[in-house]
Design a protein around this ligand. Structure first.
Ligand code: AMP
Length: 206
């Protein structure tokens, strides 16, 4: 299998080539076509499997296919830690380097005002930890009313860290009609419960 057969745009194939990836990983081969179709996904994937590109590449492709002049948050990725937020944000910037989208990374422990200034200028993709995201929603400095895709990355870790209620509070504020992607290294029953609540007819990938 080659990246050329997955349905990704020329601009994204160029970024993949620049990264030096020769072929898609297993999770990428399975997830990319389903995400491009707009399906919900429940994916079992550990770190190191190429899971970030498995969602970032097709989501950038979808943004590009329905590109518009007006910036608004169209993709939200929730992650458990600030380290992961930085990494995932960097991946979106890297893979999207030949596209015009802006990614904002929101996590606690740093000034909220710098984040607010960036959000005011307009962003397409937000990668965030739950607590700081809720701060922005409560302060109305972030508008998710036009969100298209909601991603939960390392969902098992988020639940272990006690973020279940925060995830639910956030999900309540998103448009009902949206794509949902859930990635988790392990699949304990509580992930099944979360998936049942959030996902619509998900394709299972492992
Ligand atoms: P992740 O599982 O998303 O944390 O990715 C692990 C590492 O694999 C990252 O350093 C990526 O840059 C790299 N990577 C992702 N996809 C590929 C691929 N198709 N070929 C080679 N390396 C990749």
């Amino acid at each position: 299998m080659s990246f050329n057969n997955l349905g990704l745009s020329a601009a994204l194939l160029k970024s993949i080539h620049e990264k030096g990836y020769s072929k898609p990983s297993e999770i990428q081969e399975q997830a990319i076509p389903e995400i491009l179709k707009g399906n919900d996904i429940l994916a079992g994937a550990q770190t190191g499997t190429g899971k970030t590109a498995a969602f970032a590449l097709p989501l950038l492709n979808r943004l590009q296919n329905a590109e518009s002049k007006r910036r608004r948050v169209r993709v939200l990725v929730l992650v458990p830690t600030r380290e992961l937020a930085s990494q995932v944000g960097e991946s979106f910037r890297d893979y999207g380097s030949n596209l015009r989208f802006k990614t904002s990374t929101l996590y606690g422990g740093v000034s909220i005002n710098t984040q607010i200034d960036k959000l005011k200028k307009g962003v397409d993709i937000v990668v965030a930890t739950p607590g700081r995201l809720l701060d922005h929603l409560n302060q109305k400095t972030l508008n998710l009313s036009e969100l298209e895709t909601f991603v939960l990355d390392e969902a098992d870790r988020m639940l272990d860290m006690g973020f279940y209620d925060d995830i639910m509070l956030i999900a309540k504020q998103l448009p009902k009609n949206r794509q949902n992607l859930l990635f988790s290294a392990t699949m304990p029953p509580k992930i099944g419960k979360l998936a049942n609540t959030l996902l619509k007819d998900p394709k299972s990938i492992s």
